[in-house]
Design a protein around this ligand. Structure first.
Ligand code: SIN
Length: 308
């Protein structure tokens, strides 16, 4: 079975990789991904300076989901610039995720990381967990201004990590902006921001930052993820490939993302919970399903969803 994916001219040995944020902060964690069957190494979103992130508890699972307010803990972009040559030894694409707290920070990080030659850059416009910093992706004017500026300093393929949108008008609007700005791929969705989970035993919230509000992940978000993959795939028609993220625990979940129009997928909560062996398991499960459907490659499944 051919599980490879092609995104912005880069070939991925399999279409299954980690999502930025999940077990991908330290050199050790990134090496584990490099040695695993993951189809790429995706870094944690890097900021200008190293960050400890938000106070704990800041990631908690509950039945069928997770809530997090990590607060972008990472080693600072310079450490990842220095790490990229080593990560290249694993001979799989490297996606460097970047996040800034101002346009100038985004540009400084993007300029430096672009020079280090990761295979692709993923610009995180959707972190919901930093007090005083709204998710940029919901401010369409700011998105266009920021992406235009970053595009000017980046020569590598460059994508954006988007939050879920909940109205077709918003999908229309943001898709047109991304096309105008020369974006090479999108990753949808980041966690569903500002959810609230209550512990029935203690009557308390289950994470500490932001009064308990945090990004929702895991199986419960799959329908929202699929809807966003489908909405963007229909609008972008392959001109900008879509990486599907959200709610993937099984090969069937990946197959559904492919049907909806994802060219590749990223695994967050399930990778945190299961560890690196998840990539081999998902590969096997997906292979079985795609073969049963009579297809020779995962690429053949992309966008084959039918409507009633
Ligand atoms: C976090 O570090 O708070 C999560 C990052 C993100 O949601 O983009």
């Amino acid at each position: 079975m051919n599980l490879t994916a092609e995104i912005a001219g880069v070939t991925f040995p399999t279409c299954i990789m980690n999502a930025s944020g999940a077990r991908c902060v330290t050199a050790e964690e990134l090496e584990v991904i490099g040695k695993s069957r993951a189809g790429a190494i995706v870094t944690k979103s890097m900021t200008l300076n190293a960050r400890d992130g938000n106070p704990t508890p800041r990631y908690v699972t509950f039945p069928r989901g997770s809530i997090n307010s990590m607060g972008l803990p990472n080693l600072g972009y310079q450490t990842y610039v220095d790490l990229i040559p080593h990560l290249k030894e694993f001979k799989k694409p490297i996606i460097a995720s970047i996040a800034g707290f101002s346009p100038d920070e985004f540009i400084d990080i993007a300029t430096a990381i672009d020079a280090a030659k990761p295979d692709l850059l993923e610009i995180n416009l959707s972190c919901p967990n930093i007090e005083g910093h709204p998710q940029i992706a919901y401010d369409f004017k700011a998105v266009e201004q920021l992406i235009t500026k970053i595009r000017n300093v980046v020569s590598r393929p460059m994508g954006t990590k988007l939050p879920p949108y909940f109205d077709p008008v918003h999908h229309d609007h943001i898709a047109k902006i991304l096309e105008r700005c020369g974006i090479d791929f999108i990753s949808v969705i980041n966690s569903i921001g500002n959810g609230l989970v209550i512990n029935p035993e203690t009557d308390a919230v289950i994470i500490k930052p932001k009064g308990g509000f945090g990004g929702l992940g895991g199986a419960i978000i799959k329908p929202v993820a699929l809807a966003n993959v489908r909405a963007f795939a229909l609008r972008l028609q392959g001109r900008i490939p879509v990486i599907g993220v959200g709610g993937i625990e099984t090969g069937q979940d990946i197959y559904e993302h492919l049907l909806a129009g994802a060219s590749a997928v990223q695994i967050g909560t399930a990778f945190v919970e299961e560890g690196p062996q998840i990539f081999g398991r998902l590969e096997q499960e997906l292979t079985t399903i795609v073969a049963r459907k009579g297809l020779r490659s995962t690429a053949e499944a992309v966008g084959r969803l039918t409507e009633l």
